[in-house]
Ligand binder design. Structure first.
Ligand code: NAD
Length: 355
């Protein structure tokens, strides 16, 4: 069991502690980690310190105090995005392994300085890409790997909300706010983890619908060298939502409507369909857009796999012990960061950015 300390005891810091200690989070009882326990937290806000004490969590009164605790092997950084680099490097230089919250950094240069510090100190450093363990995503990725529907043609992955950007710092540029850094980074990571890191080009448009200085939505097309197109959408001004995930395969289509739904699959078992009955469209009949005859397709519903985000920590701890390779690698972090930069550049120029 490794001792971990958490810097930043806001929304996500509380999640990490609840997960380590098996506490309740947002009304949900978490199962206690089998690889890490919480040595304590450090937060500059006295109210957060008080809250931690209420849960019986030790509070470090300074960063120095936390870093000089020899029992702490691992530090989790869960502070606003602009502070990730400085704190990660300080922790690595103090001899701690570091899990940094996403987005790991605000630029490739910043990320390289963090990776340099990890290499220099010989400590492990990773970013908390926990959404790789979202059950719907894991199931869709498995479906793609099993190949029963053929090869992936395109992937659409999206989150459509209607409440604008939450909180305070997420609305400011200086603190690394905006939805591309916030949700975009998760979904870019998922898209590449599922389909490969061979990015060829990126096109992006950003929404500024709620009057903030940062984007409140993004539409990113990532074209891979393999020919697969990944469409990532993050919206906070959509009052009707489209499916969370929609994947076209060479022999079928799979769709996942919402967080709680199972995966709907249509397998095209026979391409030639001689029994198409034209459908009445708004004006006139169409065979092109008519439904296929049932004889040529097979419909199934696939329940979501059982997964656990504990596996992220299990892997990171095993990597510290030299027993496994890190699942979230530095190279993957670099590519995701470059896609984010390409997306910002594309949005600013209106052009496709070659990788
Ligand atoms: P938050 O505003 O709720 O919490 C941030 C906390 O950091 C606050 O309590 C604040 O007092 C503290 N803080 C600020 N500066 C500090 C400093 N110098 N030293 C110590 N503490 C300091 O924000 P949040 O929603 O918890 O987000 C924190 C990080 O977690 C962000 O990087 C965010 O992108 C990430 N996050 C990740 C996920 C995920 O699913 N992986 C979800 C939400 C947030």
């Amino acid at each position: 069991m490794k001792k971990a300390a958490v810097i930043g005891y806001g929304g996500m810091g509380q999640w990490h502690v609840a997960y380590m200690e098996g506490l309740s989070y947002a009304g949900m009882k978490m199962s206690k980690s089998d690889v890490v326990s919480c040595a304590g937290i450090y937060d500059i806000d006295p109210k957060k310190q008080e809250l931690a004490r209420l849960y019986g969590i030790h509070v470090y009164l300074s960063l120095e105090e936390l870093l000089s605790d020899g029992e702490v092997e691992l530090v989790v950084i869960a502070v606003p995005n602009d502070l990730h680099e400085e704190l990660t490097i300080k922790c690595l230089e103090a001899g701690k392994n570091v899990i940094c919250e996403k987005p790991v950094a605000l630029s490739s240069e910043s990320l390289e300085r963090m990776i340099d510090a990890a290499n220099r100190t010989g400590k492990h450093f990773s970013v908390h890409q926990n959404r790789r363990w979202d059950s719907y995503f894991v199931t869709m990725k498995r479906l793609a790997e099993e190949g029963e529907l053929g090869d992936v043609i395109s992937v659409e992955t999206r989150v459509h909300g209607s409440n604008g950007i939450p909180g305070d710092w997420r609305k400011t540029k200086a603190q690394g706010g905006g939805m591309l850094y916030d949700w975009g980074v998760h979904m870019i990571d998922q898209a590449l983890w599922m389909n490969g890191y061979d990015v060829d080009r990126v096109f992006c448009t950003l929404d500024y619908l709620t009057g903030c200085e940062v984007d409140d939505g993004c539409f990113i097309d990532i074209f891979l060298k393999s020919g697969i197109r990944c469409r990532v959408e993050v919206c906070t001004y959509n009052f009707i939502s489209l499916p969370l995930m929609y994947v076209r395969f060479t022999e079928g289509t799979a769709k996942m409507d919402d967080w709680g739904s199972d995966i709907e699959v249509v397998h095209c078992t026979e391409w030639k369909d001689h029994d198409i009955k034209p459908v009445k469209t708004a004006s006139g009949l169409s065979k092109t857009m008519a439904p296929r005859s049932e004889r040529t397709i097979e419909k199934t519903v696939i329940p979501r796999d059982t997964v656990h985000v504990h596996d992220y920590y299990r892997n990171f701890c095993a990597a510290i012990d030299g027993k496994e390779e890190q699942i979230v690698t530095h190279d993957q972090m670099r590519t995701v960061m470059k896609v984010i930069e390409a997306a910002f550049k594309s949005a600013a120029t209106g052009e496709v950015v070659k990788f």
